[in-house]
Design a protein. Structure first.
Length: 311
């Protein structure tokens, strides 16, 4: 009996040690390899005639796997912390393996104390040409340009991650935005116009240059203040939340006329216009709500019909 007891104790010690070793080896790997994006991809090819339309379904699946299975940063991300985003491609032309399309890129982030997802990006890229052969692997080399298809999706993946991080931590997305810039710099080798510095053209080059510009850093400050100091308090303290949001939006006047075409203001309001209207069209009325409406009409005149609802 005594020998049996010793044997069992030894067995359980070995088993426990083996179990701990298993957890030590495999658990951190799964944690460290957790991907950051929860992306959906939808390709609309209704304008394309032809027999082999399965290529679009194949591409749709490949892009979704590429976005969701790539480890984009060195951050440890829990499943519930993945960034929700959506890519909608509308293919308008096809010639063999060459395609012309527009690309809609959207992302959102959760709001503290609620089930609401706040839109962060709603970008329409109308200059998207690429080549693709069915079943070809989607591979990215950060030191060399290869495919415009891959570089474009890598670029926007890092834009999404950078803007999301900025909304939780002041200038927290610097590393991700620098990676987007690197994708842009490598892609410039292609000569494709959407990666080039073209005066007056709102393209990928201008987007990342504006986001990383020191003179336009107010935009990223506003993204943090609007969300962390404002929206994340809205559910529990409406007055505080709305006042902080109001202050941050009013401060955007400082960006007005600083860039050609006010691209960052367009980016902001393409994502936020409806949300701002919903926040200020009812409930607690802030002290400077009238001034907010006036400034909004000035810096985002395309949405004037919406701003009349918050006066």
């Amino acid at each position: 009996m005594r020998l049996l007891k010793i044997y069992l104790l030894t067995f359980f010690k070995i088993a426990k040690r083996s179990c701990l070793l298993f957890l030590f080896i495999f658990y951190p790997i799964s944690e460290c390899n957790a991907q950051e994006l929860n992306a959906s991809v939808n390709i609309n090819y209704q304008q394309i005639q032809g027999s082999n339309l399965q290529i679009f379904k194949t591409l749709e699946t490949s892009l979704k796997e590429f976005l969701n299975q790539t480890k984009w940063t060195d951050r440890i991300v829990k499943p519930e912390e993945k960034v929700n985003c959506a890519f909608t491609m509308i293919v308008t032309k096809r010639e063999d393996n060459r395609f012309t399309a527009t690309l809609q890129v959207q992302s959102s982030r959760p709001v503290y104390g609620s089930s609401y997802e706040s839109p962060l990006l709603n970008i329409r890229d109308e200059d998207f040409d690429f080549t693709y052969n069915e079943f070809e692997p989607l591979l990215y080399n950060r030191n060399q340009f290869d495919k415009n298809l891959v570089s474009t999706f890598v670029f926007y993946a890092y834009i999404i991650l950078g803007v999301d991080a900025d909304s939780f931590q002041k200038f927290g997305g610097e590393a991700e935005l620098k990676e987007a810039q690197n994708a842009m710099l490598q892609a410039q080798q292609s000569g494709i116009s959407s990666w080039q510095n073209v005066v007056g053209k709102q393209n990928r080059f201008l987007l990342i240059e504006n986001l990383l510009s020191s003179k336009l850093k107010l935009y990223r400050q506003v993204m943090y203040d609007y969300h962390r100091s404002g929206l994340d308090y809205y559910a529990t303290n409406e007055e505080r939340g709305k006042t902080s949001i109001e202050r941050s939006v009013i401060s955007l006047e400082g960006l007005f006329n600083k860039t050609v075409g006010n691209y960052l203001l367009r980016i902001f309001f393409d994502a936020k216009a409806d949300e701002i209207v919903n926040i200020y069209s009812g409930g607690f009325k802030t002290r400077f709500q009238g001034r907010l409406a006036t400034i909004l009409k000035k810096i985002s005149p395309n949405n004037t019909s919406k701003w009349v609802n918050i006066e």
